[in-house]
Design a protein around this ligand. Sequence first.
Ligand SMILES: Cc1cc2nc3c(=O)[nH]c(=O)nc-3n(C[C@H](O)[C@H](O)[C@H](O)COP(=O)(O)O)c2cc1C
Length: 388
Amino acid sequence: MSRLDRCHDLDDMREAARRHLPRGLFEFVDRGAERDAALAENVAAFRRVKLMPRFMVDLSRRDMGTEIFGRRIALPLAIAPTGIAGLCWHQGELALARAAAAFGVPFTLAAASITSMETIAEKGGGRRWFQFYIWQEEDLAFAMVERARALGYEALFVTVDTALGRTREYNDRNGFTDPISLNARFLADMARHPRWLAGVMARYALTTGMPRHENYPPQYQHRITRGTASAPKNSVTMTWDHIGRLRRLWPGPLVVKGILSADDARRAVDQGADGVVVSNHGGRALDSAPATIDMLPAVVAAVGDRATVLLDSGVRHGSDIVKAVAMGAKAVLVGRATLYGIATAGEAGAAKVLSMLATQFEKNMGYIGCRTVAELGPHVLAPRGTGS
Ligand SMILES: Cc1cc2nc3c(=O)[nH]c(=O)nc-3n(C[C@H](O)[C@H](O)[C@H](O)COP(=O)(O)O)c2cc1C
């Protein structure tokens, strides 16, 4: 029985990823910020929402697809941008892009990825979105956006919720940094994971050389193992005017990622954004942030009639997708779920995660008597307080 055959649900996949990756890298992927409060709250809030079963509905014909930015997707889901996914698996971003393409859902490439946007454009297939941060050196960040436009990336996501960086003491404890510093602690950690060392790091070393942030401008393209190397810093001076500037630069769908309030959603859309992602960065930024599913209704009420509202942070099961769409999200993004998949088995692992989520989604839709995504709405939710 293969590693993948033993993964029957996302918890199994997470456990397989934990065994495969060095602890420092696994915790970087798996944990949140500070005391992991927002991380836990995201998941708990989804569980507090209950769905109302409805029976005696003819379920012989069902369609789980929907449209986003005018084009069809197979499931109301896209893969979220995650930096350094290429350390979980050799060219992990390509594995994610291909799994998404095969499944018929979009893939969002992070500027901070290992695999270059050119490689993804050439070999990834499917619908490609690009995410970036506004750096202190704004022109360098905007030059990346120009590259993404020239390569035909469909939508641009600008993430606004991490200007000050994150507080993640567990990374310090593990000796894990980005760029990676080869300290005794992390060296020992890597040595305890020979399969990862051979399958990821040695494979890079023997082919394209040690991994780098391949989208970054040349002055920041250091080997990822050069721990003391300089890295671009996120801007602390960005304001809503920057969204207006991006609007003038980017002809396609423009999405602001990291929105939690109705007011910020309105400002983003007033500056020309076509969409917002209700997100607390998977609980990786402000640890006292509220759960995104709790904030979704206010954002939908504020901008749902003139912008595409997406949601991420805490999606671990197909029923979470049902709940988010019922509350007005057009689709969800998943970050960790598909990272556990690639860390376990590359493209096949990500494909298995997508298929698990799709099966759960379809089953839950059936139980609440919905045959299409258009039938979802607040009426499928049990009254608040039910069962919790
Ligand atoms: C390892 C890791 C790296 C991430 N890197 C980025 C990034 O470069 N840019 C970004 O906008 N979000 C990044 N995120 C946040 C995700 O896009 C997304 O908001 C989050 O993972 C959603 O929560 P979930 O993991 O609970 O699905 C990252 C998340 C993880 C887990």
